[in-house]
Write a protein that binds this ligand. Sequence first.
Ligand code: FAD
Length: 484
Amino acid sequence: MNPLDDLKPRYDAVVIGSGLGGMTAANNLAKFGWKVLLCEHHYQLGGLATYFKRKGGHAFDISLHGFPHGMIKSTRRYWTKDISDRIHQLKDVRFINPDFDVRTTFDRADFTRILIEQFKVPAETVEGFFAHLRAMNYYDDDKRTTRQLFDEFFPGRPDIQRLLLEPIAYANGSTLDDPAITFGIVFSNFMSKGVFIFQGGTDLLIQLMTAELKANGVDVRRNVLVEKVMTERDAAGRRRVVGAKLRDTRFGKEADVACATVISNANVKDTALRIVGEEAFDPAFLTAAKAVRVNSSSCQVYMGVREGESIPAIGDLVFTSEAKPFSSTELTDFHTTSRTYSVYYPDTRPQTKVPHYAVVTSINQLWDSWANLNEADYAHHKARIIEESFVGLEKFIPDIRSKVDWAEAATPRTVNRYVRHTGGTSFGTKFEGLKISMDLPTHVGGLYHAGSVGIIMSGWLGTINYGVIVSAKADTYLRDPQAG
Ligand SMILES: Cc1cc2nc3c(=O)[nH]c(=O)nc-3n(C[C@H](O)[C@H](O)[C@H](O)COP(=O)(O)OP(=O)(O)OC[C@H]3O[C@@H](n4cnc5c(N)ncnc54)[C@H](O)[C@@H]3O)c2cc1C
């Protein structure tokens, strides 16, 4: 069947993209009773919350490394109890670098202990720091950077900067020079109770979410690219969403559907500048949208341990680096020595009959380092990062090479290919992108964006919560499009 067959001529809402933000928004709108069409250009749903399988029984998760405890509440409230009940804690987080060797449950109590005992920080400073973070809020419009925040509480302590920021840089791409709130909100979320993952793997999560979307009546279409959001001026001169142009990515068939709202889960710059188009916005907004910086990207190395083999428990998340001192620039350097190993033990997928182990190395990278490599250099550097990941892992598991029977690498180009994000961004845009995302409906009635943006609205929890917020706004518009 062609993915454009049997479309309704009109939907209340078209959702562009099936990342966690898009799926959550679609699911919520359907539960409110609206007719929703969810279009995903790829053959698989989930966006960056995805997985792939390889021969030898290997299943690799792309972004299932860890999220805050808040996911339990958000998935229970906006998805299902079954999904929520499968979220479980990772208790063994390690940091190994020239400054320190720390093993932690990555929560406030344990970090307080480590900062006081190992880093010799006075207890009242640690308490003051946590209290300050907890009180941070987007609307305070605090202009301080994370570097300034650290200098206030821990002056002259690059080792503490590293302990605090390195894991968050992996979780949302933030740097010392981003607004302090981009560190504060996400770090506080983790510190509330630690790091969690979905037990069963991303494949099971997406399967359960897809079933729920369909049960709630969402019309889900894969291999369908939304090429254009159509807008028109109404009698009062206000520009509004009127429909979407769709293209089947396999056979090229095209179709138009009418709709009153669009929620785009695509990158916010792509949404405004390409999918909606410059003609829909005033010059000031366009200038601001074009100036938005996208966030950093990632490389990953996936290693599958041969069926029947096991590896020792070296930790769940192992942050390693040889860089001294810590710097945000080194973290994304083409030849960075900083990499995080996510180790997947058999209890990640307890439902699989034969236990499997896998290790995924994550490396923060910049699009520009990879975008223009010729094919030979591209292959060479992919092989290089695989080799460097093995060398790093051998420090913990000396015979790892003999146990791995599948290894491959992904780069910023892989991210761009599968989810189409400008610059292969892993975490949407820098902070200024959030305002552009939130302002879209003031320029075009019925146009919304729900996806990684502004650093704080990224990651699994950030995008699910943003999908909830935006679907509530779209619901209000659908009820009364003429309201202010
Ligand atoms: C390597 C890596 C590791 C990560 N690790 C973690 C982690 O451990 N914990 C965590 O919380 N977060 C992690 N993240 C971030 C997290 O995965 C993302 O923030 C989140 O999944 C993004 O969700 P989203 O809703 O923004 O949509 P995305 O996942 O970005 O999906 C957008 C979707 O829109 C589709 N699309 C785009 N344009 C169109 C179009 N025109 N028509 C149709 N479809 C379109 C894309 O194909 C895609 O499916 C990681 C990200 C990466 C890359």
